[in-house]
Write a protein that binds this ligand. Structure first.
Ligand SMILES: [Fe+2]
Length: 331
């Protein structure tokens, strides 16, 4: 395969569909602690305290929950041209969003990738005030940045190949089943030097499982849980707090008022060294998901966020996974 040579920098932003913009804003801003940068008629644009650019999450008014797009930042406009040529050669559905079609964003190339996902690539986003050292403005869990997204696809081996061979991602950790298949069940893939920008898991897809927000320290996870509970959102705390085997992160998963899933995540590790070998986990090693803490509830596996097609309206139908999607140790 003649892979693209475009320089993808990191996961840049995600668009969540929400049915009530103000209710969603209260959840993400007043409780989780993101900051509103700007808004228009359809969207509220949010950023985290480490962000130097316009937004990392956009909340968009829509008739149901789900994900409108996942977006990767590339190093320069030339990288967008490289991607356009390569995706054209692969005959992928593709369109350009012009500068300003989304607040703060430069020209954006939107594709439907071979896994069926709406993926956007951009090189430019408007600079904003850096809030990291504006401690008096920090609230809630004070997320530092959008760390990663986790997606579901029927064939996670194919997803691994797309990201590593075509887009130049590296693998930090992966989960595999038994021989003779030895097929990858999930992989944690990165461009920035942490465990992942995207995890690709086996499941009904194309669908999104969660977006991960990085936090400064574990106490911020606890503080978020306390605030959610006291504000009437105790039932939105879905899994954790606990520690992952994969990534080593301390985490909790929460559901927003529409059911979109967000992970609050802190304490993973550096992946910059080129000789680093991926860590292999067996699918039925429950310590890969939860090093300590309660196992995931069944709904954590069964419930997902639909994703939109190229037209940005309807959610795409999903296909059943090729491998067992729920490990044997889950009740
Ligand atoms: Fe995650």
């Amino acid at each position: 395969m003649a892979a693209t040579k475009a320089n993808i920098v990191r996961l840049g932003h995600i668009e969540f569909r929400v049915t009530d913009l103000e209710r969603a804003r209260d959840f993400y801003v007043d409780l989780l602690g993101l900051h509103e940068t700007e808004r228009d008629a359809d969207r509220i644009y949010l950023r985290a305290i480490e962000d130097r650019e316009h937004h990392c999450i956009a909340l968009r008014k829509a008739p149901s929950a789900g994900v409108g797009a996942l977006a990767f930042k590339v190093a320069s406009p030339d990288d967008l041209d490289i991607l356009e040529r390569r995706f054209g050669a692969l005959d992928l559905p593709m369109k350009w969003l012009q500068r300003g079609e989304r607040l703060g964003l430069g020209p954006t190339l939107r594709i439907r990738d071979p896994l069926g996902f709406p993926i956007e690539f951009y090189a430019e986003m408007a600079p904003v005030e850096w809030l990291l050292q504006k401690s008096h403005l920090h609230r809630g869990a004070a997320p530092t940045r959008l760390d990663h997204v986790n997606v579901l696809t029927p064939d996670a081996q194919k997803g691994y190949a797309w990201y590593t061979e075509e887009l130049g991602f590296k693998c930090a950790e992966y989960t595999e089943g038994d021989p003779p298949e030895n097929r990858i069940w999930a992989s944690w893939l990165y461009r920035k030097s942490t465990v992942h920008d995207i995890a690709v898991m086996t499941g009904p897809g194309p669908a999104a499982h969660h977006a991960g927000l990085a936090l400064g320290e574990p106490m911020n996870v606890i503080r978020a849980c306390d605030m959610l509970a006291s504000a009437g959102y105790a039932d939105s705390i879905e899994r954790g707090p606990a520690r992952h085997g994969i990534s080593n992160a301390f985490f909790v998963y929460v559901r927003d008022p529409d059911g979109n899933r967000v992970e609050l995540y802190t304490g993973d590790y550096l992946t910059s060294d080129p000789e680093m070998k991926p860590i292999r986990w067996h699918l039925n090693d429950k310590r890969r998901q939860t090093l300590w803490g309660a196992p995931p509830p069944r709904r954590w596996f069964e419930e997902y966020m639909g994703v939109e097609g190229m037209d940005g309206t309807d959610l795409l139908p999903v296909s059943a996974p090729l491998l067992q999607a729920i490990p044997d140790y889950i009740d």
